[in-house]
Design a protein around this ligand. Structure first.
Ligand code: ATP
Ligand code: MG
Length: 590
């Protein structure tokens, strides 16, 4: 593969980008503004990556900006740990864009210019090139303003304080009957709402509801809740508030306050769109207003994707934290060694549609392999070592052979030591091989990668009958450029010098679930793969002592690996990011 494959792919096109392009052409907005609005109640997963790439991608393609906004209106479930992880994950995922400065709020910048009523122009200002980080906006920064919009709705006779319990409200909304508190006077509503804010009533005692249509065909318009009482400290606003806006009320207004033009979300919000529009219209806000567009969420086979379920895996210690390399979280994928480039490629390639479906995890695996194949440094390592001794070499034989760092860069070479004793992979020797086995066998020959042709003369076993070592001879004339260089054998195997190898822990990760749709039948935890992690001590070529967490490695003929954060100078730990080829389908049938 050539490096030209790294050239930026053409901008994707889909029904949302078509809408944005039309709006740009019509000059509808001064600037395109999108947002990615996670609730900080868990870590981001690969579904969020799809949304991040869509929102930041559109901003980038249309010269606009995209806000990372914490949708933090539910203080009971939200934590600073999650805010920090979200910021880190978004930075990591989109920080690799060459011109990523478009659309990001630079770290340390002054807070968003909030649109004051009647002042329609909102502009964040240009972000200097090379800005490394994004900082989030917080819906909770707008609580005061959102509250004043609620007061305005009360004054307009479009909202009322309701004393029904949550269950009573649900029942009446289902039946399409009005709340007995619906016709309270504006004065009484203003007074009660002020007292709700002041903390006079306990949780659940009262709510603020929109006065729309008790029997509307769309149930979301049946006098929905706008505010509820919650005597809970908020991770960002502390103890300032005793009432918190509902998602539907806060979201459209946060979009409006930030000057968002295209508010893009997943299909389950389609039914909320009428309410989104009603709130903005009811307040008679100056134009232009934001509009909501919906697309199909990402569902991936062999995993679960909801934060609630991922949280269960973490809390029940079925995985080692949110960033366990088996998790579909952005931090888990990153730790496994998946690059942000591969995730962005994946997000672009799956496209944006309006129909819910299931994406084969093979599509993700393909994006990961394609990227690593182009960029991973080639190295030699042996996972399950068997010792080979060359009887025709002196004890102290040591020479440096040359090996490629990347297959398509013939001048980019490194030295690997070749000594009298080496390790080969246990799988690469068979005493009684089946037909078409081209690796090493008694009396047989094989080529060592980047080295010589060797022949197996004798199999030495220990008392238990296990192979202790293979006695072999080496044909030193078969090196590249040597007199017997063009002698051909059918198999080539990887190897490392026994005396110069370094040990490393390797963690071989596999799929977390054994079935394509763990959510489909019963408890998803019943389908966990008991063999999703195997830990081995590998023998690695000495250059891996300088392995860097920024690099990716292909252990030749084995798999792609990345250094884990558990590594110390004295002990390297590698995670298997992905095998070289798809093996799961075959193994699953065993
Ligand atoms: P989950 O259902 O996994 O808990 P969520 O929708 O509650 O996720 P949010 O923090 O509200 O998570 O999501 C932030 C944004 O990411 C929303 O705009 C949401 O629509 C989008 N999003 C969430 N899950 C997916 C997914 N699987 N595919 C695409 N976009 C998603
Ligand atoms: Mg949500």
């Amino acid at each position: 593969m050539s490096n030209s494959a790294d050239a930026p792919s053409p901008a994707p096109s889909d029904f949302i980008r078509d809408v944005v392009a039309g709006d740009v052409q019509a000059g509808k907005y001064a600037q395109i503004v999108t947002r990615f609005p996670p609730e900080p109640n868990g870590y981001l997963h690969i579904g969020h990556a799809k949304s991040i790439c869509l929102n930041f991608g559109i901003a980038r393609e249309f010269g606009g900006i995209c806000h990372l906004r914490m949708d933090d209106t539910n203080p009971a479930k939200e934590e600073v740990e999650y805010v920090d992880s979200i910021v880190a994950d978004v930075n990591w995922l989109i920080g690799g864009f060459a011109d990523h400065c478009l659309g990001l709020k630079p770290r340390g910048a002054t807070p968003a210019t909030q649109r004051v009523n009647g002042t329609p122009d909102f502009h964040l200002g240009a972000v200097p090139a090379g800005t490394p980080n994004v900082e989030p906006f917080y819906a909770s920064d707008y609580f005061e303003q959102i509250h004043s919009y609620a007061v305005q709705l009360i004054r307009l006779g479009k909202a009322f304080v309701c004393d029904l319990t949550a269950d009573e409200i649900d029942e009446r909304r289902r039946n399409g009957t009005a709340s007995p508190f619906r016709d309270r006077s504006v004065e009484e509503n203003l007074d009660l709402f002020a007292r709700m804010r002041a903390g006079e009533f306990p949780d659940g005692a009262r709510t603020l509801r929109a006065k729309i249509d008790v029997a509307a065909p769309n149930i979301w318009l049946r006098d929905p809740l706008l505010y509820r009482i919650r005597h809970v400290e908020h991770h960002h606003t502390g103890a300032s508030w005793r009432i918190y806006p509902m998602y539907d009320f806060a979201h459209c207004l946060s979009d409006y306050i930030e000057g968002v033009t295209h508010s893009i979300c997943t299909l389950e919000f389609e039914v909320h769109r009428a309410l989104y529009d009603w709130i903005l219209e009811a307040l008679a806000l100056p134009r232009p207003l934001p509009h909501q567009y919906e697309f199909a969420r990402l569902n991936l086979t062999y995993t679960v994707m909801s934060k609630r379920k991922l949280m269960q895996l973490v809390q029940d210690r079925l995985v080692n934290g949110w960033d366990d390399p088996r998790m579909p979280t952005i931090s888990g994928l990153r730790r496994r060694g998946v690059t942000s480039r591969a995730l962005r490629d994946f997000a672009y390639n799956i496209g944006i549609t309006k129909y819910d479906g299931m994406t084969e995890v093979g599509v993700l695996d393909h994006a990961i392999r394609d990227d690593l194949n182009r960029h991973a440094l080639r190295r030699l390592a042996v996972l399950r070592p068997v010792k080979v001794v060359f009887t025709n070499l002196p004890e102290d034989h040591c020479e440096e052979l040359e090996a490629y760092n990347l297959p398509d860069s013939p001048t980019d070479l490194r030295k690997i030591p070749f000594t009298r004793e080496i390790f080969i992979e246990a799988d690469d020797f068979m005493e009684v091989p089946p037909p078409k086995y081209f690796r090493l066998r008694p009396g047989g020959e094989v080529r060592l990668k980047y080295g010589y042709i060797i022949q197996c003369e004798e199999v030495v076993k220990d008392a238990a009958g296990n192979i202790a070592e293979l006695r072999c001879t080496v044909d030193l004339g078969t090196k590249r450029g040597g007199p017997n260089a063009d002698r051909k054998v059918k198999g080539t195997i990887h190897w490392v010098s026994a005396s110069r190898a370094i040990d490393a822990e390797v963690r071989l990760y596999d799929r977390l679930f054994t079935v394509p749709e763990p959510d489909a039948e019963g408890d998803f935890k019943a389908h966990l793969n008991p063999d999703s992690l195997e830990v081995l001590t590998a023998k690695c070529e000495p250059s891996l002592a300088a392995a860097s967490p920024e690099e990716r490695y292909q252990f030749e003929r084995l798999a792609y690996f990345a250094l884990d954060k558990d590594s110390t100078p004295g002990k390297l730990v590698f995670n298997r990011t992905i095998t070289l080829k798809e093996t799961w389908a075959k193994e699953a049938k065993k």
